[in-house]
Design a protein around this ligand. Structure first.
Ligand SMILES: Nc1ncnc2c1ncn2[C@@H]1O[C@H](COP(=O)(O)OP(=O)(O)O)[C@@H](O)[C@H]1O
Ligand SMILES: Nc1ccn([C@@H]2O[C@H](COP(=O)(O)OP(=O)(O)O)[C@@H](O)[C@H]2O)c(=O)n1
Length: 223
């Protein structure tokens, strides 16, 4: 893995991290890692086992049995916990509503950070696009390419509401705002750290955003 180029992408919910990172990785022929999926999958697992997500000690106790797998091929995205394909289940509002409580437990963050680094080390492609909240600052602070993907809050909320047709826009917007506020108390993903390039997608369509990200990669990593 020594030569694998890591592209670290952070940003708030709805900024386009997952979709844009996956598309950029696909076009580059590189791997893609969605770190939020692991926080979501652990949340699913905790709910499934009837554990109170706000009970940090109980969540920490569950970590050794958390058997997590995620693919890194951007063309074939699957998330497993044990034998369960949880690719869809981790996106439900129920899971989304507890994920911030799980993500604020330091032991959880250390555990998952190690897991992410193992997955990155195991990549056999030339590069990997890794997206989340603390990739540019904690998981891969030495990555040769580090990007903060942002968009105005109203635009992010509109993108998310468009995805969830059966939920009211106001409800989705409020839930997203609350989650960002809770997450931002744990890691700063609203301000670019030193050396991190901001890509603001507020006035860009999807393809323009992917193009902007690839341009940053090409400039920083000379590919
Ligand atoms: N620049 C853009 N213009 C329009 N829609 C976008 C743009 N970037 C992302 N989207 C759409 O917005 C929604 C949220 O994007 P997503 O990748 O899930 O964000 P995140 O991973 O940051 O929460 C998706 O439906 C995605 O297709
Ligand atoms: N690197 C990361 C990634 C996600 N997370 C947590 O995981 C949750 C889900 O992340 P996500 O990337 O799937 O969320 P969306 O932005 O796609 O809605 C976030 O709300 C954070 O609580 C984190 O703490 N650190």
């Amino acid at each position: 893995m020594t030569d694998t180029i890591v592209v670290a992408v952070d940003g708030p919910a709805g900024s386009g991290k997952s979709s844009v990172s996956k598309a950029a990785a696909g076009r580059l022929g590189w791997a893609y890692l969605d770190t939020g999926a692991a926080y979501r999958a652990l949340s699913w697992y905790v709910v499934e086992r009837g554990i109170d997500a706000t009970d940090a000690a109980a969540v920490i106790d569950a970590l050794p049995d958390f058997d997590y797998r995620i693919g890194t091929d951007p063309a074939s995205y699957h998330v497993f916990v044990g034998d369960h394909d949880v690719t869809e289940a981790i996106r439900t509002p129920e899971v989304t509503s507890v994920v911030s409580a799980i993500a604020r437990v330091p032991e959880v963050r250390t555990f998952l950070t190690e897991l992410f680094r193992d997955i990155i080390r195991g990549t056999d492609r030339d590069g990997i696009v890794v997206e989340g909240r603390d990739i540019t600052t904690v998981v891969c602070p030495d990555a040769p390419v580090r990007i903060l993907l942002t968009a105005d809050e109203a635009v992010r909320m509109a993108r998310r509401s468009a995805e969830l047709a059966d939920h009211s826009a106001a409800h989705v917007g409020e839930a997203l705002r609350r989650r960002d506020a809770a997450d931002a108390r744990v890691v700063d993903f609203m301000n670019a750290a030193d050396g991190v390039t901001t890509v603001d997608s507020t006035d860009l369509d999807f393809d323009q955003t992917v193009h902007a990200v690839i341009q940053v990669v090409q400039k920083a990593a000379h590919v």
